[in-house]
Design a protein around this ligand. Sequence first.
Ligand code: MLT
Length: 406
Amino acid sequence: MFKLNENYLKLPGSYLFSTIGKKVNAYSAAHPDKKIIRLGIGDVTQPLAPAIIEALHSAVDEMGHAETFHGYAPDLGYEFLRDAIAENDYRARGCDISPDEIFVSDGAKCDSSNIQEIFGLDNRIAVCDPVYPVYVDSNVMAGRTGTYDKNTETWSDVIYMPCTAANGFAPELPKETPDLIYLCFPNNPTGATVTKAQLQEWVDYANRVGAVIIYDAAYEAYISDADVPHSIYECQGAQTCAIELRSFSKNAGFTGVRLGFTVIPKELKCGDVMLHSLWARRHGTKYNGAPYIVQRAGEAVYSEAGKEQLKQQVAYYMKNASYIYNGLKEAGFTVSGGVNAPYIWLKTPGNMTSWEFFDTLLENVNVVGTPGSGFGPSGEGYFRLTAFGSYENTVEAVDRIKTLKL
Ligand code: MLT
C-alpha cells in the first residue's frame, strides 16, 4: 500500500493566496454587481513592454523554421541570456559573477522552494517574521521544520527573526545559530529594505558561523536609494556564503511568461563540495529549462529599448505605491514600505486583526489586500497592499478606503 509524504499533512490551511482567492471569489459570486479592486497578490497588470513583445514575436518566427528551430535549452540556460545577466545585473554593479554561475529557470518562486533540496534535512532554517510563505512551506514539505504549534503559529525547528516597527522591519542577528538564512530585500511583504552596511553584517555573520544566506532579490528593480544594495554580491565575502534568487516577474512583468534565475558562486562550498555542482546536478536531472522564446524575451529586458521601457513601467508602479502610501498616511493610517518596494505595509486600525481588516475592506469598499498574519505571527495587526494594480484602480481603491469610518 502506498504511503503519503506525511509532511504535507502538517501544513496548516491552504497556500495564502489560494485562501484569499477563494474568499474573494465567494464574495464576488454572492455580489456580482460589485466592482472588486484587487491589491492582494503581487501580480502585475501592465502589458509587456514593446521591446519584449518584439523579441517574443521574432523568437516564435525562428521556431517556425527548421534552420532556426530550438529544442531543449542548455541545462543552465542560453548563453546569450546568462551573458546579459552577468553583464547588466552583476558586473555593472561591481559584482564578480560569471555567466556560468547563473542558472536560468522559470521563476524565483520555484527556485526559492526547490533550493532547500540540496541541503541536508538536519539544517536549521532562519526566516524573517513576517515572511513570504514559500520559504517555510517548502521546508515543511521536506520535513525540516519540526512540529507546528497552532497557538503561536510557529514551527518548533524554525528560527524566527521578528521584523517589527521597533526594528524598522529589518531582522536582527538570531540568538540561535542557523544553517540556512532566508532573506528577502526589498522585502515581501513589508516593503522594508536594508542598507549595504546592514547586509554586510549578515554576510560577515554567515561566513563566521558557516551558514548559507538564500537571498531573494526579486524586487531589486524598485530600489531608488543609493545605499540600498541591488545584489548581495555587492557585499564583501558574499561569494562564499550566499545564493541569490532573481525574477523577471516584477521588473519586467513576466508573471505570466515565467523566467527567473539563481546565482550560485563557485566559491560557495561545503568542505570540498561546490553547491554549484549540486544545483547543476539537480537542474540537469529535474529540469528542462525555460523556453527559448522566453529566454529571448529575457534578453530583450537588457536591450537599450527594453531598459528604458521597463524603467517607465517600474516608475508607473512606484507612482501607485506613493499614492497608496501618501493617501493612507493622510487618512491617519500608520504606513511603511512603498519607497524602494512595490508593497505598502500598514497597521490595521483600531486593533483589528489582519483578517478582520481584510473582511472589512472586502465587504465595505470591495478592496482586496493581504492580511499580514498570513505571512507569520509578527504580521498580525498588519496588512499589505500592492502597487501592481492599474493607476486608476489604485486611486479608486485608496479613495474608497478613505471613506471607511474606522
Ligand atoms: C506575493 O503577492 O507575495 C507575490 O506575488 C508572490 C510571488 O511572487 O510568488
